[in-house]
Design a protein. Structure first.
Length: 303
């Protein structure tokens, strides 16, 4: 009897859905401990609400038409699990072929920084990892070496509440031809990342969320600032002064809020092993504060 030929697995039939992608894995710091302490349905629902708010910050199943269209253009995927969020942006989309990897990935790194700040403003510090490599997701089936790499970044190298970038991804961005289109003074890479020395893993680069977000704060500090600007003559030095003062006030408010949240998290930490994570953020905060507001010593964190 002639043996019946075996059909190829579904993932092997037809065109491949796999792509080279920048993949991020983001975890809520200390979330598993909160889940373990749940003793009522009300507490469980409260934690579920926390996860949902963080998902929204990463544009998970956004109802905004423009965001959905942008995801389609970028071939971007946002997946959410019980206590983590996964993002993937293809390096092989038409958009990347037109704009280049450096600028496309750079814009997504900026989005990650904004999402991280929004989570912190809600009182939730994140730890994450980002890598580049193969990504295959179709009909609930997810296979991705890049996701494994991002997970390892989060687990093994991002030992503080930061989003670590793999050596492979950093090297790709550092040497990408798109970067050479910028002059030395306009090169965005130095502002995108900061680094620290891991005792075992060597230098670790992470998304410089404070610098990226601080550069984008709105000069319209309050309604009075906007009204003063509109009342000033068009094209006048007075308008420039109002904008400069408004930006300064917004920066002060930005660093003040970060200060308070880091101090509160440090105070609430159960032991020194956790507190050291927030002392790292305090040092990072003070370093960026000196860059933006060197005279505002009262905004320094001392813990």
């Amino acid at each position: 009897m002639k043996a019946k030929a075996k059909s190829a697995p579904a993932a092997q039939r037809g065109a491949s859905k796999a792509s080279i992608s920048m993949v991020g894995f983001f975890d809520i710091l200390g979330f598993s401990n909160q889940v373990e302490k749940v003793q009522s349905e009300a507490e469980l629902l409260e934690i579920a609400g926390i996860v949902e708010s963080i998902r929204k910050h990463f544009e998970y199943r956004s109802k905004d038409k423009q965001i959905r269209e942008l995801h389609e253009i970028l071939d971007k995927r946002v997946l959410a699990f019980s206590d983590c969020v996964v993002t993937a942006v293809s390096a092989q989309s038409d958009f990347v072929r037109r704009e280049g990897i450096f600028d496309t990935f750079g814009s997504q790194i900026l989005d990650m920084a904004y999402s991280q700040v929004q989570c912190i403003w809600d009182g939730y510090f994140l730890r994450g990892g980002v890598d580049i490599g193969y990504w295959h997701y179709e009909k609930g089936l997810l296979v991705s070496p890049a996701l494994v790499g991002a997970f390892k970044e989060e687990q093994q190298r991002a030992c503080y509440p930061v989003i670590s970038i793999s050596k492979r991804l950093y090297g790709q961005l550092q040497s990408d031809s798109g970067r050479r289109m910028y002059s030395k003074d306009a090169d965005p890479l130095p502002d995108q990342f900061c680094s620290f020395m891991h005792p075992e893993k060597g230098r670790v680069y992470f998304i410089n969320y404070l610098r990226l977000a601080a550069k984008s704060v709105d000069w319209q500090y309050d309604r009075a600032t906007y009204q003063a600007y509109m009342a000033a003559p068009r094209g006048s030095d007075e308008r420039d002064r109002i904008m400069s003062d408004g930006y300064y006030h917004s920066l002060v408010a930005f660093f003040q809020r970060h200060n308070e949240l880091v101090v509160a998290a440090h105070k609430a930490a159960a032991d020194d092993k956790v507190k050291v994570k927030y002392r790292f953020l305090a040092d990072y905060h003070n370093k960026e504060l000196r860059r933006f507001l060197p005279k505002e010593r009262k905004l320094r964190i001392t813990i």
